[in-house]
Design a protein around this ligand. Structure first.
Ligand code: PLP
Length: 351
């Protein structure tokens, strides 16, 4: 079965061989305080920096998931409050989770077809955290780098935090345009689930140190102390980190991956524009995601496509939330092969 689900999605073909290597070399049983683990952890962090173009000054942490990153930010970074700009289910969930810990947090929603309009944002509370979902996996929209950069420029006294879960390792992210970035590996990285990444600017680390929040096993200050020794406060997903290292070793620099993803996105756009019964869910090209392609159809057609595709060995992503019945989603993640893409297009040509 080829999974076009936008996460967990298709994993790289090499994963079974890497898992075998991990077992053979005893990686699956190593102690997370050992020199051996620290070497793997250090190397993985260096490869992330190198392959994803993450600035040297940023600190990279391992977490268990993107959801955990939401909570880490809420507990360790939000003191004065936070503002959540969202247009879909993931951004809203982030707001919901934060609000439970920080009741003064505010949600500001915008329409699916609308570009996040910074001019409409009034004055914001000083020292607050501004939360953006760069790639909204639920409806296949994105916030571009220029907007994120401008938000930070307009509010230099705030911390800008970006959920890039379904775009990290798929497109080039302008890390300098924000203070905190995070994601997890079961989307564009093409890896099995169970590992998240949290990436913090020097300003974010200074803020965390200044707030000094230490109530949790995953308080950012504690994580930072452990990461100075390439370690985590808890026993991490060692196999996940090892697999990430092996995949990164052989992956192309992000500029090359970015180009491949954009080329395929353009193919999808022109393909969908020629169909009769199906169309891209989002009309405004300026906000379309590069890595998640949401397709709308009548509920009957959407259902037929999903079930027939499955019979042909292709798993399509369900529509999300309010779009459940009349959409399906296609991952445009780098691990998918060209011939798999072609197979799906050949099938969808009939609609
Ligand atoms: C998948 C996803 C998440 C949740 O990731 P987990 O690793 O399951 O916690 C959060 N935000 C976005 C935008 C996502 O696509």
């Amino acid at each position: 079965m080829i999974s076009f689900y936008p996460g967990p999605s298709r994993v790289h073909d090499e994963i079974p061989a890497f898992v075998k290597d991990a077992f053979r070399d005893g990686i699956l049983s190593i102690n997370h305080r050992s020199e051996e683990f620290m070497a793997i952890s250090h190397k993985t962090i260096s490869l992330l920096r190198q392959k994803l173009d993450i600035p040297k000054t940023f600190t990279i942490f391992f977490t268990s998931s993107a959801t955990e990153c939401w909570e880490i930010i809420a507990q360790s970074m939000v003191k004065a409050g936070s503002y959540h700009f969202y247009n879909g289910a993931f951004g809203e969930k982030w707001f919901d989770y934060t609000r439970r810990l920080c009741p003064s947090s505010k949600g500001i929603s915008f329409a699916t077809e609308e570009k996040l309009n910074l001019k409409k944002i009034g004055p914001l509370k000083k020292d607050s955290v501004l939360c953006i979902t760069q790639n909204e996996t639920s409806n296949g929209t994105q916030v571009d780098m220029a907007t994120i950069r401008a938000l930070k420029r307009n509010h230099p006294e705030c911390i800008v935090a970006v959920d890039a879960t379904s775009s990290m390792a798929g497109i080039s992210l302008a890390f300098n345009a924000a203070d905190i970035w995070f994601g997890s590996v079961q989307k564009c990285f093409g890896l099995p689930a169970g590992l998240g990444l949290l990436i913090c600017s020097p300003k974010a680390m200074q803020r965390a140190a200044y707030l000094g929040e230490r109530k949790h096993y995953n308080s950012l200050t504690f994580m930072s102390e452990m990461m100075a020794k390439w370690q985590t406060p808890y026993t991490p997903n060692v196999m996940g980190i090892y697999l990430l290292m092996r995949v990164l070793e052989r992956s192309k620099p992000i500029v090359a991956v970015h180009k491949k993803v954009i080329d395929r996105y353009n193919e999808w756009i022109s393909f969908l524009s020629e169909r009769k019964d199906i169309a891209h869910l989002v009309k405004n090209k300026a906000v379309q995601s590069y890595t998640v392609i949401p397709v709308s159809a009548s509920p009957e057609v959407a259902q037929t496509i999903k079930s027939q595709a499955k019979k042909k060995g292709m798993l399509l992503g369900e529509g999300y939330g309010i779009w459940k019945a009349n959409t399906f989603r296609i991952a445009n993640f780098p691990a998918l092969k060209k011939k798999e893409l072609k197979k799906l297009m050949r099938f969808l040509k009939h609609f």
